[in-house]
Design a protein around this ligand. Structure first.
Ligand code: ADQ
Length: 508
């Protein structure tokens, strides 16, 4: 089997991996041989050209140091102050400084130089996320002809947002240096198609559009997931039960509404608190009967917009508390720290309502973890934003528009009063979906498509067939590929079923 080279901004740390993604990729890597490559987390006076290799937890990890100023331009600058907000359709929060792009490209060149020396002819290279879009271009410039795949963990922007990103034409060309580009959702494949359609209409209207060379690049949705069976076990484990019991005591019979997020403006936290405020405003009978816990540890807090959202959330929580708190009842507990997965699993299991209401999100793994942690005999209800990639697969959640705080408040009310039978029915369906889209299947299906192993999910679709035919759970995974230049034909994605889903439903 070919070696696998995984590349991401950060490498897995020395502590045991907590996140599903790190665990899954580690598992995939240990089965295939190869190494994981990324930034060491350290700074150097001059950029390091050669990777340092070490074995951590049985895995080969290669890394390089960056200069402080390159890291600032590449990470906090171009990646997180331009790409992240624009890809999440928050153009108002972009902070554009033209020199950041040079730093972004310089770091990608540095990564490519350090990696290229260690690539063997059969290696497969899997690059992760928006920090590293130009990496394949830079590797190709260094004569790397191997299969290179890219996975975008965040949503792909709409045409206007894409147009607002400096050098977006180069970034699109960079994407097409990959053999396979994986997105979280159909929404993202559609956004890419829409950009192409826009440019074509511009051409037809006499403009000079950006000529995009599709080459052989395949674009397809591979919805990421968690390890639901492991989470289910964890939620019933003594460590999770410790947290469950502790918080259950403090709830004193009240229904718990839970939000767990990285503190980020994309997660819709002030809107969520506002919706909860409306719930209490409109339903006096619920005032002492519920309690909301919002866990949101700060992230990227050197960036101004993250300090702003933190202040906004403080204000929203303060206002809500001042308005509704009583000497012996608080409406909300806001916790700003990270917890172990076991503690989170215990909290998820106790929560009658799981609030996952981002304004826009690639997938949202908290939705998967919440579902997996439920007690099958007494499950809670997932309230899910239609703008999370997860909404494309979790149809039995209560789907809401997070900008409509009345609707979110009403969904919370419905969730709290939902009869056990309906909760069970919805949960059973959601758990099946979480199991189908588990993280191992995600990694396997991406690699199968990249290597062309088995049926890669891109070769033998029936474009005239009904995509719903094979079962209600099937995603419409669109694949887009092969053409010389941009043309309207690409507006219609070829429908393709993920290979593992195909085998699940055909019983092979
Ligand atoms: P994130 O934006 O970080 O990821 P998400 O998918 O919700 O968002 O993952 C968060 C992870 O962090 C979960 O595994 C969760 O358990 C953990 N976490 C959150 N709060 C925590 C806390 N207080 N303590 C400990 N752990 C906590 C990006 C994209 C997403 C996409 C993922 C994976 O923005 O859309 O789903 O990558 O592709």
């Amino acid at each position: 089997m070919s070696r696998l080279i995984v590349v991401s901004n950060r490498i897995p740390g020395k502590a045991p991996a907590a996140g599903g993604l790190a665990v899954a990729l580690k598992k995939t890597l240990s089965a295939r041989d190869g190494f994981w490559f990324g930034w060491s987390g350290a700074f150097a006076e001059t950029p390091s050209r050669d990777a340092k290799f070490e074995t951590i937890d049985g895995l080969q990890i290669g890394s390089i140091d960056l200069t402080k100023s390159d890291h600032q331009s590449y990470y906090a600058g171009f990646s997180n102050s331009i790409l992240w907000p624009a890809f999440h359709l928050r153009l108002d929060l972009t902070d554009i400084h033209s020199h950041w792009y040079e730093g972004y490209r310089r770091v990608n060149v540095q990564f490519a130089e350090a990696i290229a020396k260690h690539i063997q002819p059969d290696d497969i290279i899997w690059v992760h996320d928006y920090h590293l879009i130009p990496l394949a271009t830079e590797l190709r410039r260094r004569n790397i002809r191997n299969k290179i795949g890219f996975y975008l963990h965040i949503p792909f922007p709409t045409p206007d947002a894409l147009n607002a990103i400096p050098h977006h034409e180069e970034l699109l060309t960079d994407l097409l240096a990959y053999d396979l580009v994986g997105f979280q959702a159909q929404r993202d494949v559609a956004a890419f198609n829409e950009f192409i359609a826009h440019e074509e209409m511009y051409r037809q209207a006499g403009g000079t559009p950006f000529e995009i060379e599709m080459g052989n690049t395949v674009l397809e949705a591979f919805p990421i997931g968690s390890d639901p069976d492991a989470f289910a076990k964890l939620a019933a484990s003594p460590n999770a039960q410790k947290m469950y019991k502790r918080v259950e005591r403090s709830m004193n019979g009240r229904a718990m509404i839970l939000g767990v997020d990285r503190l980020d403006y994309s997660k819709g936290l002030p809107q969520r608190v506002q919706a909860y405020e409306k719930l209490l405003e409109n339903n006096a009978n619920l005032r002492r009967a519920v309690h909301m816990i919002q866990i949101a540890p700060p992230s990227r807090d050197t960036i101004k917009e993250y300090q702003v959202i933190s202040d906004e959330l403080d204000t929203a929580v303060g206002r809500l508390t001042g308005r509704f708190a009583e000497p012996d009842w608080l409406p909300i507990t806001y916790v700003k720290r990270a917890y172990s997965q076991a503690s989170l699993a215990g909290l998820y299991r106790l929560a009658r309502v799981g609030l996952v209401t981002p304004l826009r999100d690639g997938m949202n793994l908290v939705a998967h973890e919440y579902v997996a942690s439920q007690n099958p005999e007494n499950p809670g209800v997932l309230v899910l934003s239609r703008f999370a990639g997860a909404a494309e697969i979790f149809h039995d959640a209560l789907i809401i528009n997070p900008f409509d705080t009345d609707e979110t408040a009403e969904a919370m009310r419905l969730a709290i009063s939902m009869p056990l039978e309906e909760r069970k029915e919805r949960w059973e369906s959601l758990m099946k979906v979480a199991q189908t889209y588990n993280i191992d299947n995600w990694a396997d299906s991406f690699l199968a498509a990249l290597t062309g192993d088995a049926s890669s999910g891109t070769g033998d679709d029936d474009p005239d067939g009904d995509p719903d035919e094979e079962g209600a759970l099937l995603p419409r995974a669109g694949a887009l590929s092969r053409s010389a230049t941009m043309s309207l034909q690409h507006r219609t994605p070829r429908l393709s079923l993920l290979p593992w889903l195909r085998s699940v439903f055909s019983g092979t």
